[in-house]
Write a protein that binds this ligand. Sequence first.
Ligand code: ADP
Ligand code: MG
Length: 714
Amino acid sequence: MENNNKNAVSSYFGALTFDHKAMRKKLPKEVYRALQKTIQTGNKLSEEIAGAVAHGMKEWAMESGATHYTHWFQPMTGATAEKHDAFLTFDKDGTPIERFSGGQLIQGEPDASSFPSGGMRTTFEARGYTAWDPTSPAFLMKGGKGLTLCIPTVFISYHGEALDEKTPLLRSMDAVSKSAIKLLGILGVAGISRVNTYAGAEQEYFLVDRKFYSMRPDLVMSGRTLLGAMPPKGQQLEDHYFGAIPNRVLEFMQEVEEELYLLGIPAKTRHNEVAPHQFEIAPIFERANIAADHNLLVMEVMRRVAERKGFALLMHEKPFAGINGSGKHNNWSIGTAEGMNLLEPGDTPESNIQFLVFLVAVLKGVYKRAGVLRASIASIGNDHRLGANEAPPAVVTVFLGELLEKVLDAIESGKVDFATEKQVLNLGLAHLPVLNKDYTDRNRTSPFAFTGNKFEFRAVGSSQPISVPNMVLNTLMAEAMDELADEIQSKIDSGVDKDAAIQEVLRAEIAATKPVRYQGDNYSENLQQAAADRALPNLKNTPQAMRVLRDSDTREMFVKYSVLSQEELDARLNTRLERYVKGIDIEARTLQLMLKTFVIPNVSEYQGEIAISFNALVDAAERVGVSGKTLKSQGGHLKELAESLGAVIDLTAELDAVIEKMDTLEEGFDMADYSADVVLPAMDKVREVADKLEFMVDRDKWELPTYSEMLFEH
Ligand code: ADP
Ligand code: MG
């Protein structure tokens, strides 16, 4: 802590991580140097230095008061998993000592029986091995009474199959590096040691008061409200967006940021989002695998701080029906380890051509693999955004903005000659970053937008780890770059001059990928029509999207670029279908419970009181001179109440039957389709009537906290 100002973030940034500073202090010089090299090259930790690194790491952690360590990893079920172990062991004569060996960094062996292997065979199915990803620093996590040393690890089976989502992400980054270096080589850029992808995740979330949250079984069990009518105010309150942040929320944000800084996570922006009680946090971008770890930590830290502050953190994609949902904008770029952003236009003809080549690679990859990209973000929660009446849509298209559209059109029509320097410069690419803010912000509805020197994949769900979408983006990019390189090379081999070869290939690819470029409003019917006309995949729900993972063409890509094997793909498909089915099952059963223990009894009670008071009124009517017309109106009210309650009772019985039938179906797509096509509609049907009743019943009788309370009370 060199900085004397205790409040300066720079004085404590990363203090809870085993970062360069801590490493230099705790490791012998040669070990430190070797480890730095490992980190830069993205290689595995070698056995020779593992022991010394482990020792240094343990000393550092214990100095800060840590007694336990955990391998921290990303299981296929999403989020993170950890298993804590004490440093404490006993030596030969029973003396207690603290130990942490190199083996625990290279190949720990937690009992993995509770983590799904997605049905991957192997006698050792229940066991998995962990190994530190040295590019992602170990850190100390607060929790309970003390600190725990967390080691970001990959998690693999006895036979080397990935049981986690980090391993495929790392493999996809290797694939990107290989293809990009090959393509750069053809463009005449030599001496590149490594190409990485980078990600920055803008994270949206809701905060609601914990007292309301704990009274809502749906929020507790499924993260979203399964009942609840839109408040009269709703989202008309647009002043929330970029408005003043309520003080209690500000305190929450400040505490979150402080913890994130300690963990070396560069949280940068905070602001209100579109909906009431919705907010956003965005860190500065990092290497994609580290960004993935950090995004998980952001979610975890926010969850804990929220609890401390009396809030519940809602990460669900659609916690409130009829109100803007939450997403995660995954900003993504590709660049050399030396710091050259390959999606950044430059001011020389060469750098502009290089930019165009990589831009076209993105178009090619996203066009060819739009379905896989859609599948990468499919989940129950996200289905309520994608494919519903909300942006971004389920159709993956690319938004480039007016200027780039013009540039690509000019190239396609042959108006630009790459051999003429001036023409390339005249494309105006150098001005792109300046223009970017203005012209990209005009289309917030696009699921995949170019924003100056990166793409912003906006369809990712707020609760989803970003490993999977980035893994898919990287893989499709590796494939596209590889194919572009081959196309250009084969022209050169047949005697075409290099500039001409590049130009011809780009021209052809720009024309071929045109259907994926969409500049219009993605909310609108036009997009649906365009998707049909252009034969773009329009996968409305998770089971539909997951079918892409069965296509042999999809699978060949993952296998060819050594990202996922056939077996690993099956494991992911099975796990995700199972999660989908189980998730909807939990929702349906929670709704059932709420209908039976809140809605029906609450409304019955109110109806009883109304009936008594109505009877009394009928008795007194003649005496006090109440007209028949008035009696009819009040009777009508009672009738409507009774009929709606009757409908809820009937529809609840229907839902019971629907849920029961689930057990008779075959696991996998059968169950998943049934969940999407039968269970969810049955839930919606009863909800519609129940929500109507909410506005007919005395507030004191309605036990569930309402949308108004959850969204407008601070
Ligand atoms: P917005 O206008 O969408 O708010 P910002 O410029 O604030 O965009 O950036 C949003 C996110 O994009 C941040 O996390 C930022 O660090 C990240 N980002 C910026 N440049 C890159 C890049 N080259 N690659 C990946 N992410 C980036
Ligand atoms: Mg953004």
